[in-house]
Design a binder for this molecule. Structure first.
Ligand code: NDP
Length: 278
């Protein structure tokens, strides 16, 4: 076991994760003797691995698909976001106890704050398309940010109904064909489906009802400009890709493990863009 602090990303599969690239860049930038590695752990082995995390020399880690809910059940204490979402993406130790947090929502908001200042408008309405794991964190974050309404629409309407309450009293739900009703009031529209990813079909929605002030954002970052964002840009709207969310959600974990609040710089972004392209 090495003497310097190490963290890891736990997933299955995990080869696609860009977290090692991000954290090792920060370690080098800040001159910290530490390490960050991939840990490909099956669901069957997950509990054992997490229980042995500290003994194996890890100061914590990130948790990705499909382990976020299992991680929530294993931590000694969860932060407020993880508790509301029932899902953990960041693990760390405090006084020997295992803590779990969820930074997806923080990353989502920080990306918009940085890339599209004023994106919230009057916080009247945010429309979230999709109701999977990522949409849960987004709806929750938008509710916390104080939007009057957070409209969650999804192909499977029941899933939208299940997650809309995560936005608190602001949450409303619908099917995909209800989207047009919400768009005229929307300050923000989010593609939180997996449609538009490289190799997948495009999300086909009509954005013509959106006001000019609206911002469109996608959680997908491969490709950086999805058909959804290209359509919004062609309509003259401001657009924000999903890469900044990935970078910003990583920062709180790095600070917990290595004691430095890292910056999301253009250099880091360029590094990940180059990796995506390779
Ligand atoms: P899930 O698999 O949990 O959810 C997928 C969503 O896409 C569901 O709402 C699903 O609808 C919808 N969907 C899939 N296929 C179709 C289709 N043919 N027509 C209509 N809707 C469809 O995925 P996640 O929530 O985990 O991730 C969603 C996206 O966000 C992914 O592309 C992921 O890479 C990205 N992401 C980005 C992050 C970042 O940091 N930038 C962080 C996390 C995720 P239904 O419920 O009806 O099946």
């Amino acid at each position: 076991m090495s003497g310097f602090p190490r963290a890891c990303v736990l997933g299955w599969p995990v080869s696609q994760s860009r977290s090692p690239l991000i954290h090792n860049h920060w370690l080098a930038t800040y001159g910290i003797a530490g390490g960050y590695e991939r840990a490909e752990i099956t669901p069957a082995d997950f509990e054992g691995f997490v229980r042995g995390l500290g003994a194996a020399g890890f100061v914590g880690g990130n948790v990705t698909v499909p382990h976020k809910e299992a991680a929530f059940r294993l931590v000694d204490e969860a932060d407020a976001s993880a508790a509301d979402l029932g899902a953990v993406n960041t693990l760390w130790f405090e006084d020997g106890r295992l803590f779990g947090g969820n930074t997806d929502g923080v990353g989502f908001l920080a990306n918009l704050d940085e890339a599209a200042p004023g994106w919230e408008g009057e916080r009247k309405l945010a429309a979230v398309i999709g109701a999977g794991g990522a949409a849960r964190a987004v709806a929750h974050a938008l509710g916390k940010r104080g939007f009057e309404r957070v409209a969650v629409v999804n192909r499977t309407r029941e899933k939208a109904e299940a997650i809309a309450p995560l936005a608190g009293r602001a949450g409303v739900a619908g099917g995909l064909d209800d989207l047009w009703r919400f768009l005229p009031d929307a300050d923000l529209v989010v593609n939180a489906t997996s449609l538009g990813m490289a190799g997948k079909g495009a999300l086909e929605v009509h954005l013509g009802e959106l006001p000019e002030r609206a911002v469109a954002t996608d959680l997908i970052y491969v490709p950086l400009e999805t058909p959804f964002l290209a359509d919004a840009r062609a309509r003259g709207l401001r657009t924000v890709d999903g890469l900044g969310m990935l970078l910003h959600q990583a920062a709180p974990g790095f600070e917990r493990w290595f004691g430095v609040r890292p910056e999301v710089t253009p250099e880091l972004r360029a590094l990940v863009v180059a990796d995506i392209g390779s």
